[in-house]
Write a protein that binds this ligand. Structure first.
Ligand code: HEM
Length: 416
């Protein structure tokens, strides 16, 4: 549960007048209005490792500065990813096993099995395929007419990329975001009827992938996620453990879906919020190279990852006790003014643009980071070849969540 069910209309207290111990950045409505930036600014200044004793998710620590987040993310012995990496807890035993929520050695073995799907050697072929999809999508867009960028571009390109990584039947690709939405939204609703429906849909997904798995296992190994799992001696029996198969499918579908989708939308929002930067890009398309990591930093598609303390640990002068819940707020670390100059600004030619936390750090650092960047690069190269301007023509509809930072709708108009 990540708090998406909260009402965004709820009143948001001014963080500067709240007692420090009442500051609770887990409230999802903060992220809809952008109020979270001031909450984190205050915490970074006054209490960078902060304890919140009461929240909808129980007591938890917030780690808010760039360097403290790096320290937690790179110390997996003291800060475990098990049983879950989001702030909310499912009832004990209901977290499906997936390697993002595991520690070594199982984490390492499973990650290694599927990494070849997104390894540098694969990127040349993936680049060719993704460019074909980007071209096709952009050529089909209306000009001088308002439309929803999220639906027509961000979702569609991400879906096609995921279908490629899974070797998923292209005509049925829309099942992937459908399953992803059911996994993520229903998880946060918690209503019995929805949970029943969710289970039925997840069984459908499991059935579908089990069939694909059996076909791939009987054929020579290819470089899609399923074929790699099915042929690796360490993971080939996963198909006999539906919980574990489902967990890892959830990870690979959801991990690449909302994140990439929201960085595609976030680029358009950022360039419209900083028109001078858009002009710089128009004058020099080679700036796409530095702009793509800057989009990912500025947007920070995942606000947080959670860890669980395995022993008493000192951090920032505080003692975190064994068993405590520790939340690394990437969205705050990426705006840490002591590490990143003018961090609230979107700067297409920023120095050291890759110095950000959006992909995490340490053994769980995002496995798909190169593909995500490459997709943004290709998309913006093709956009700049075709369109004079993409104008944002209204307020975006934001996702209500303390985990996924992004957009449900983004009205735009293209000029050629
Ligand atoms: C802009 C896009 C993306 C962002 C911001 C993002 C962000 C993240 C973050 C924050 C983590 C956890 C890091 C940590 O705990 O230290 C992660 C892990 C992961 N991501 Fe991504 N991700 C993106 C795209 C993708 C794509 C395209 C895929 C491919 C399907 C993917 C697959 C994964 C996987 C499998 C993990 C787990 C790695 C592990 O536990 O070892 N991600 N990602």
């Amino acid at each position: 549960m990540d708090g998406s069910q909260l009402n965004p209309e709820m009143s948001i207290p001014d963080p500067w007048s709240l007692p420090l111990d009442k500051i609770d950045p887990s409230r999802a409505e903060l992220y809809v209005t952008g109020a979270h930036h001031d909450y984190f600014r205050r915490l970074r200044q006054e209490d960078p490792v902060h304890y919140c004793a009461e929240s909808q998710f129980g007591p938890y620590w917030s780690v808010t500065t760039f360097n403290d987040i790096m320290a937690v993310d790179s110390n997996h012995a003291a800060f475990s990813s098990s049983p879950t990496i989001v702030i909310g807890d499912l009832p004990p035993g209901e977290d499906p096993p997936m390697f993002i929520a595991m520690d070594p050695p199982v984490h390492d073995v499973q990650r290694k099995a599927v990494t070849p799907a997104v390894a540098p050697g694969r990127l040349i072929e993936l680049e060719r395929v993704i460019r074909g999809h980007a071209t096709d999508i952009l050529d089909g867009l209306p000009v001088n007419e308002t439309f929803d960028w999220v639906e027509r571009v961000s979702k569609e390109l991400t879906t096609r990329m995921l279908a490629t990584l899974f070797g998923f039947p292209f005509e049925q690709r829309h099942l992937l975001p459908y399953w992803s939405d059911v996994i993520t939204t229903s998880e946060t609703v918690g209503v019995a009827a929805d949970m029943e429906r969710r289970e039925a849909v997840l069984y459908e997904c499991l059935d579908y992938f089990t069939k694909i798995w059996r076909e791939r296992a009987a054929a020579p190994q290819q470089f899609d996620f399923i074929s790699l799992f099915a042929h690796n001696p360490a993971t080939k029996t996963m198909v006999d453990n539906p919980q574990e198969l489902m967990g890892n499918l959830m990870l690979l579908i959801v991990g690449g879906n909302d994140t990439t989708r929201n960085s595609i939308s976030g680029g358009v929002v950022a360039l419209n919020a900083f028109p001078h930067e858009y002009e710089k890009l128009k004058a020099d398309h080679s700036l796409i190279q530095t702009m793509m990591p800057e989009i990912i930093r500025w947007q920070t598609p995942l606000a947080h990852m959670r860890r669980n303390a395995t022993r008493d640990v000192e951090l920032g002068g505080k003692t975190i006790r064994k068993g405590d819940k520790v939340v690394m707020w990437y969205v705050s670390g990426n705006r840490d003014e002591t590490v990143i100059e003018t961090p609230d600004a979107f700067i297409v030619d920023r120095d050291r643009p890759r110095h950000h936390l959006s992909f995490g750090f340490g053994i769980h650092r995002c496995m798909g980071n190169r593909v995500a960047e490459m997709q943004l690069k290709i998309l913006w190269e093709e956009i700049m070849k075709r369109f004079a301007h993409i104008e944002q023509v209204g307020e975006p509809k934001r996702v209500v969540s303390n985990f996924v930072l992004g957009y449900e709708q983004l009205p735009v108009r293209i000029a050629v």
